[in-house]
Design a protein around this ligand. Structure first.
Ligand code: CA
Length: 255
């Protein structure tokens, strides 16, 4: 088990947590471990995908930093497995592959966020703080909102369609909760990225599109199976997205 470092009153630390680092590169692993510990996080460092998966199963972790280039199992597959077994933890990919397709594949496999190597420590800590603070406090005022047959229960972090619970990843939930807090309002991409992900977001907003696509698919599948009347996430061209309940016979296919 990892060691705990009780420096929670360190000035720039507001959330300390249990971080699982899965990284085979010794130099990067040592730098990240030491930096995370200096920010009061408890760190478990595993060097292979198999050991990382085993560690996640054995120890509750709040956040996983996952290198995509691992010696045994491809990081995307590790991501997929972790997401199945640890639906509630925040999963951040560390990748040398900045090609957009690779990032999208990782996000579709269940990652909440990604950082491209070489990793800047200030950015790493800013992202971790933003993720953990949101996980702890929730980014949206607690409420339960029903829009048609879709119910978004923010205090319990549950979403149901006609009574059937959807399995959403943390950021999918946050995004849907944000849209559902103000249905029929067009939210800009920048607003959604900054409110749901990070106030200092400066990366690709492809993350947003991938999460919207996943929400449309998950809500749509259950709604179709149960003939439920659910709102649609509509694309507002050149601006962003809005959640809108359309008449049951109007199709409701997103543009
Ligand atoms: Ca590697």
């Amino acid at each position: 088990m990892g060691q705990s470092f009780g420096r929670a009153n360190c000035k720039d630390v507001d959330v300390a947590s249990r971080v699982l680092l899965i990284e085979d590169d010794a130099t990067i692993g040592e730098v990240l471990t030491s930096s995370l510990r200096s920010h009061a996080h408890q760190v478990f460092w595993e060097r292979t995908g198999a050991d990382g998966i085993a560690r996640a199963a054995a120890s509750a972790v709040d956040l996983v930093l996952l290198d995509l280039g691992l010696p045994d199992i491809d990081g995307v597959e590790v991501c997929r497995q972790l997401r199945r077994t640890q639906p509630g933890c925040v999963l951040v990919m560390l990748t040398a592959r900045s090609a957009e397709m690779d990032v999208v594949v990782g996000l579709e496999a269940g990652a909440d966020d990604y950082l491209v190597k070489p990793i800047r420590l200030a950015e790493l800590h800013a992202r971790i703080r933003a993720h953990l603070r949101r996980n702890e406090e929730g980014s949206i005022a607690p409420s339960v909102r029903a829009i048609g047959d879709l119910v978004v229960d923010v205090p319990r972090r549950r979403v149901t369609v006609a009574g059937r619970e959807l399995r959403l990843r943390p950021k999918e939930f946050d995004l849907l909760a944000r849209l559902a807090a103000e249905p029929e309002v067009a939210h800009s991409r920048e607003t959604l990225m900054s409110e749901v992900w990070d106030e200092h977001w400066f990366g690709s907003t492809k993350t947003l599109d991938v999460h919207v696509a996943a929400l449309r698919r998950k809500i749509g599948e259950v709604a179709a199976a149960d003939h439920a009347h659910v709102p649609t996430i509509l694309t507002v061209r050149g601006h962003g997205y809005r959640l809108q309940l359309v008449a049951p016979d109007a199709g409701g296919t997103p543009p």
